[in-house]
Design a protein around this ligand. Structure first.
Ligand SMILES: Cc1cc2nc3c(=O)[nH]c(=O)nc-3n(C[C@H](O)[C@H](O)[C@H](O)COP(=O)(O)O)c2cc1C
Length: 239
């Protein structure tokens, strides 16, 4: 499988916490042989979607002449898309949301060119956890979006880190972001249902890296940790 990852950094802080997580994921992906391109969205001219629906008549071509015209071909070409964003007002940053709104144009192309791509989310927030920070809303929004696009959600790494660079004091999270990048194309997210039964059909054991990343999120907000898989994972928290 070709491995190219497009990383979109959606904080105004170029070296902020989400960007640092993104660098780790990029390094992990490169070490796994992927071609990685990172883009700092805040420096680009990205205008809001006009809802003109001309993209529906133009096979998915957006008529707004701004920097999205550079990003559309990159989105089409990438095998995987990773968004790194701070939590702003209990959800994604405006930079991330503006950019994602403009994906609407791509739905004018049949089939939608984002279908089947892999997606992941990196989040940083000032509050203490995914719930109180509102990171949970960012994650839900992203997951709904990926499901709607018929993409594959690979994982989410989220960090409580407020001042720029705070995340550097959390080596376990940096490692998690690295592993997310490293295992991006190995995680068998397509088999999520089997995962929930505690079996990974690719790894044939219970320590599929994608499963590990997912269970950290599951433990945080989805349901009590009850299954055989999660008991095993708790017993062996890292690879
Ligand atoms: C405009 C703004 C809104 C914010 N809203 C939230 C919020 O709703 N919840 C939260 O936990 N932190 C919030 N924060 C704190 C940031 O999420 C936090 O500083 C984060 O680490 C920034 O990531 P970055 O370093 O990648 O920019 C906000 C910060 C700003 C500037």
């Amino acid at each position: 499988m070709s491995k190219s990852i497009l990383i979109l950094k959606a904080s105004p802080r170029e070296r902020g916490n989400s960007a640092l997580l993104a660098s780790q994921a990029a390094e992990g992906a490169r070490q796994a042989g992927a071609v990685v391109e990172s883009i700092y969205l805040h420096s680009l001219d990205i205008r809001p979607c006009d809802a003109c629906d001309l993209c529906r008549e133009n096979d998915g071509e957006c008529v707004i002449q701004d920097d999205m015209q550079i990003l559309y071909p990159k989105l089409r070409a990438a095998n995987a898309i990773l968004i790194a964003t701070p939590v702003y007002w209990f959800t994604l940053s405006a930079q991330a949301k503006l950019f994602i709104d403009r994906w609407y144009a791509l739905l004018g192309e049949k089939p939608n060119p984002l279908r089947g791509k892999r997606f992941a989310l990196l989040l940083s927030y000032g509050d203490s956890d995914l719930q109180t920070s509102g990171g949970i809303h960012a994650l839900h929004t992203f997951e709904h979006m990926v499901t709607y696009l018929r993409g594959e959600m690979v994982g989410c790494v989220h960090a409580s880190a407020d001042n720029p660079g705070d995340v550097l004091n959390q080596p376990a999270l940096l490692d998690e972001a690295f592993r997310l990048g490293h295992f991006f194309f190995e995680c068998c997210s397509v088999h999520r249902e089997e995962h929930t039964l505690g079996h990974c059909p690719i790894y044939h054991h219970h320590l599929c890296p994608g499963l590990l990343l997912y269970w950290r999120v599951e433990r945080t907000y989805r349901r009590p940790v009850e299954t055989l898989a999660s008991r095993l994972l708790l017993a062996r928290s890292h690879l």
